[in-house]
Design a protein around this ligand. Structure first.
Ligand SMILES: *Cc1c(COP(=O)(O)O)cnc(C)c1O
Length: 366
């Protein structure tokens, strides 16, 4: 079948990003690859396989289902579930040899006696999950209790503004609080103490022995104002096809709700992508696609399966032309800005209806 709408994912670029990141990040840190949410929309199995070949042996996911998917595809490295798993699924954690984050005292209690592998989450200021680092003694008590009831392999916390230079004091405060907890349980000799995400591994005071690397692996920015290390590149392009081209006369309207009126005669191309593919409806009358290397603005509303774009200024556009929705000329970050979100949500939002095409070629760094 010929592709209607697809992403091209360069696995070579992901490996290259990993290597550039390793060379730029704090020294002596192991890398755990965050492959949750289907590797931020890039395909968790394919990404994990290529990273395993590049020497990564630890992977982080969000759910027990994601962990099982990786195991069933033959991924043998360590898999850590970063968020909540219902304690009734403890048998699955054991059967698939998955490490579970313990997110609260109640969560710890419920897993007592189940002999799972675990890491204890510490809340150092994000107020999402974890034991409250403002009471380090209590944290230490709970960690010790866990260590009797399950195999505790580490503790971790999550930084919430590591990409923002203006918030260095807050971030350092998070790390100090976490360090206080780590110091209290130093005698347990836990193998992994970690607090750094993509941004933290580059731009904040190093602490711990592992970086949980997500967004930069995929070549996207965590946000903030820091430039990415030189040579880091997006691994994903998103494409579709021109299905037809027509003239829309001055005064006519385009699409549902008649939100766009042609102010002169236009050439309009219909393109094979819609919100059911994850193409955000907020791109109606706002987004841009690239055809023949030139920008074509979205005109009218994004439909479920199709969009319409103005190609008046692009000569010779015809049915069958490849349309770049994300790539050179209009990036994930451009799309994110146009819909008021972050690149993470854009790539995670590309729906399963969109085929993935993998490219293994390694590129030369810029
Ligand atoms: C997703 C996630 C990461 C990776 O974060 P990036 O900013 O994408 O590098 C690290 N730690 C936790 C707990 C996460 O949920």
């Amino acid at each position: 079948m010929v592709n209607r709408c697809w992403t091209e994912i360069n696995l070579g670029t992901i490996v290259q990003n990993l290597n550039i990141y390793r060379a730029s990040a704090h020294e002596g840190m192991e890398i755990m690859a965050a492959v949750k949410a289907d590797a931020y929309g890039h395909g968790d199995v394919e990404v994990s396989r290529v990273l395993a070949r590049a020497g990564v042996s630890r992977f982080a996911v969000a759910t027990v289902q994601e962990a099982i998917g990786l195991r069933e595809a033959g991924i043998t490295g360590e898999i850590l579930i970063l968020g909540y798993t219902d304690p009734r699924d403890a048998d699955l954690l054991i059967r698939y040899d998955v490490v579970q984050a313990i997110i609260s005292e109640e969560h710890a209690e419920a897993f007592c006696g189940k002999r799972i592998r675990a890491q204890v989450a510490i809340d150092s200021g994000m107020n999402r999950i974890g034991l409250d680092a403002d009471d380090p003694e209590r944290c230490a008590e709970v960690i010790r209790r866990c260590a009797k009831e399950m195999s505790v392999e580490g503790i971790f916390t999550h930084l919430c503004v590591a990409d923002d230079v203006g918030e260095t004091d807050f971030t350092n405060g998070q790390i100090w609080k976490f360090r206080a907890v780590a110091d209290l349980v130093a005698d347990l000799h836990l193998p992994y103490i970690h607090c750094l995400n993509s941004a933290g591994g580059l731009w904040v005071e190093p602490f711990g022995n592992l970086i949980r690397l997500g967004i930069i692996l995929y070549g996207l920015t965590p946000g903030g104002t820091h430039p990415l290390p030189k040579g880091i590149k997006p691994a994903l392009q998103w494409k579709a096809t021109v299905s037809m081209v027509k003239t829309v006369r001055k005064g006519e309207t385009i699409g549902y709700g008649r939100t766009f009126t042609a102010e002169r005669d236009l050439r309009v191309a219909t393109v094979t992508v819609g919100y059911a593919d994850g193409y955000n409806r907020r791109l109606s009358n706002r987004g841009v696609v690239m055809i023949r290397g030139q920008r074509a603005p979205v005109v009218g509303r994004v439909c479920m399966d199709q969009i319409t774009v103005d190609v008046t200024k692009i000569p010779d556009v015809c049915a069958g032309d490849v349309v770049t929705l994300i790539g050179d000329g209009y990036t994930t970050e451009d799309m994110a800005r146009d819909i008021g979100t972050i690149g993470h949500e854009v790539v995670c939002g590309i729906s399963p209806r969109v085929n993935r095409i993998y490219i293994e070629r390694e590129e030369q760094p810029n």
